[in-house]
Design a binder for this molecule. Structure first.
Ligand code: 1GP
Length: 254
């Protein structure tokens, strides 16, 4: 099964999918195997791998380690052209639609395309939309994108419609890693109702209640990264997964 079909299947069976973002720049290689095993035993549906800024040359090595232990798909969520590898199952072929830098809308993609084709890597075309989140995050800064105002869900919905009309397969509503505030539920709802393609929501999600609220608002996939990079939080992965899987009975959401 292709990775995108797998994601659609997860959404169909579980109501929404739980994606864990692994940032190779922040995680020590020797810990990755245990993180991956624990995460998938806890109900994580797929791994996203990427970073808005790599300060160490560890992308390939980390990806190899993650892939070695992963039973669920490993999907590159590229922060730059340096994050392309044939070791992954798929790559989010993302366009920062509201960027002021044309290379991030379509430009880097031209350089990436022949390499992706050479690796026979599955591409999942995705609109990446930055949403105002209470602080300037790395994602906002690096993507040279005006964030969509929080109280203007109709702007996000219009971007999502345009993405769908372009033939994109996913829309990512991004508050930015470590955001003060996650994407508003009202915006998620408006976007999810405006398009037929799945909506991914991430950035600043730090508790299962918020994850569930956003899944119930219409997010097809919830992404967390930062929260699980902190010591002790990994024992809460199962709680998050249960909260996101809105079609499954939830017994212990605290
Ligand atoms: C970042 O949306 C993801 O691209 C995850 O954000 O690290 O805040 O969970 P957090």
């Amino acid at each position: 099964m292709k990775t995108f079909e797998y994601l659609l299947d997860i959404r169909g069976r579980k109501g929404a999918g739980f994606l864990l973002l692994l940032d190779p720049d922040k995680l020590a290689n020797e810990n990755l195997g245990n993180i991956v095993k624990h995460a998938q035993n806890s109900g994580v549906d797929a791994f996203l791998v990427g970073s808005s800024l790599m300060t160490r040359d560890v992308f390939e090595k980390s990806l190899g380690e993650i892939k070695k232990h992963a039973k669920v798909p490993v999907i590159i969520f590229p922060g730059s052209l340096f994050q392309i590898s044939g070791q992954a199952d798929a790559i989010l072929f993302l366009s920062v639609l509201a960027s002021r830098n044309t290379d991030l809308i379509v430009g880097n993609h031209v350089h990436a395309a022949p390499l992706i084709r050479q690796h026979k890597l599955e591409t999942i075309a995705m609109a990446y939309l930055l949403v105002e989140s209470g602080k300037l995050t790395s994602a906002h800064f690096m993507s040279d994108s005006f964030p969509i105002p929080r109280e203007k869900p109709e702007i996000a919905a219009a971007y999502a419609m345009a993405a769908e009309m372009f033939g994109m397969k996913l829309v990512y509503l991004e508050a930015g890693s470590g955001a003060n505030e996650s994407v508003p539920g009202e915006m998620v709802q408006k976007v999810a109702r405006a398009v037929n393609i799945p909506v991914i929501v991430g950035g600043g999600i730090r508790n299962p209640e918020k994850a569930r609220e956003l899944a119930q608002a219409g997010a097809s996939f919830i992404v967390t990264g930062n929260f699980f990079e902190h010591d002790g939080n990994s024992n809460r992965l199962r709680e998050f997964a249960k909260a996101v899987h809105i079609k499954q009975p939830v017994t212990t959401v605290v």
